[in-house]
Design a binder for this molecule. Structure first.
Ligand code: SF4
Length: 240
C-alpha cells in the first residue's frame, strides 16, 4: 500500500545522483517542485457499504503503508503540510506507516506536540550511502525519539562501518544502484555489513544487486528485472 501526500524531490546527497524517480534518465526528471497530491487524505478516506450499512476506511486495517516513496517526508517545502500528515498518521493507529529519508536532520521540524517517545505506528528508515553520511546522519537518527528504526544502505556506494550505530536498530537493508549510469555495488561491502549485523544481532537484508554488481572480482551487468531476484537467490538474509 502506498501513500504519497506530496510529490517532487531534488538531490540532497550523492545517493540521489541517479535517483529512480528524479534522476537524469527517469520519468520524473525535472519535476523538482514539491506539490501536494490529491491523495493527501488517502489513509482517512472512507467508503460507504450500502449492503452492510457501514462506513469503513478505504485503506484496509493492519497494512503497512509505504509513505513518501516517491519523495521525502522531511522536505522543507512540506513543513507546513507535515503537521496535518502527522495528524492523519495518528488517526490510523491500525496502519503501520513506513518511510525512508535522506533528510533525517529535519526530523524535529513540524513534529506534533504529542509525539513523546514516538508513535507506535511509525517506522523510519534512515538512508546512508557512504561512511561520511553514516557518520553524519546516524548519530542524529539515534538521538531522536523514534519507536521503530531501520537503516537503509542504498544505493550503497562504498564500504560502510555501521557498528557504532546498530544499537536499537530493527533491521538493516542493503542494495546497489539501478540505472544507465549506475555505480558499482561490491559484494564485499554487502558481506561486511552482514557481518556487522550478525555481531550486533540485527536482522539483515540484501535487497537488490543494482545494475552493476561486482562479485569475486567479476563485474556483472544485471537487468533491472533480475536485480531483486539475484540478491534473493544469493540467499544471505538474516532474520531473528
Ligand atoms: S531524496 Fe530520494 S526521492 Fe529525493 S532525489 Fe534523493 S533519492 Fe530521489
Amino acid at each position: 500500500m502506498q501513500w504519497d501526500p506530496w510529490t517532487g524531490c531534488y538531490k540532497i546527497s550523492d545517493g540521489c545522483t541517479n535517483c529512480y524517480y528524479y534522476g537524469p534518465y527517469s520519468k520524473r526528471c525535472g519535476q523538482n517542485e514539491v506539490l501536494k497530491t490529491k491523495d493527501f487524505y488517502k489513509p482517512v478516506e472512507t467508503v460507504y457499504m450500502p449492503r452492510k450499512k457501514i462506513t469503513k476506511y478505504k485503506m484496509e486495517s493492519g497494512k503497512t503503508v509505504n509513505t513518501c516513496f516517491t519523495t521525502d517526508f522531511f522536505l522543507p517545502e512540506a513543513d507546513e503540510w507535515r503537521i496535518e500528515a502527522w495528524d492523519i498518521i495518528k488517526r490510523r493507529p491500525d496502519l503501520n506507516f513506513f518511510f525512508i529519508t535522506k533528510r533525517i536532520d529535519r526530523f524535529k521540524v513540524s513534529l506534533p506536540n504529542d509525539w513523546g517517545e514516538g508513535y507506535d505506528n511509525v517506522t523510519i528508515g534512515c538512508t546512508v550511502e557512504n561512511q561520511e553520511l553514516a557518520d553524519y546522519r546516524l548519530p542524529l537518527f539515534l538521538s531522536y525519539p523514534i519507536k521503530h528504526r531501520i537503516i537503509v544502505c542504498g544505493p550503497i556506494l562504498g564500504e560502510i562501518n555501521l557498528t557504532p550505530y546498530l544499537q536499537g536498530i530493527e533491521h538493516v537493508s542493503t542494495s546497489g544502484e539501478t540505472g544507465r549510469d549506475a555505480r558499482v555495488c561490491d559484494y564485499n561491502w554487502i558481506l561486511d555489513i552482514r557481518e556487522q549485523c550478525i555481531k550486533a544481532g540485527v536482522p539483515f537484508q540484501f535487497r537488490s544487486t543494482g545494475s552493476l554488481f561486482r562479485k569475486d572480482d567479476v563485474l556483472y551487468k544485471i537487468n533491472p528485472k533480475m536485480q531483486h531476484r539475484t540478491a534473493k537467490e544469493i540467499d544471505i538474509n538474516i532474520s531473528y
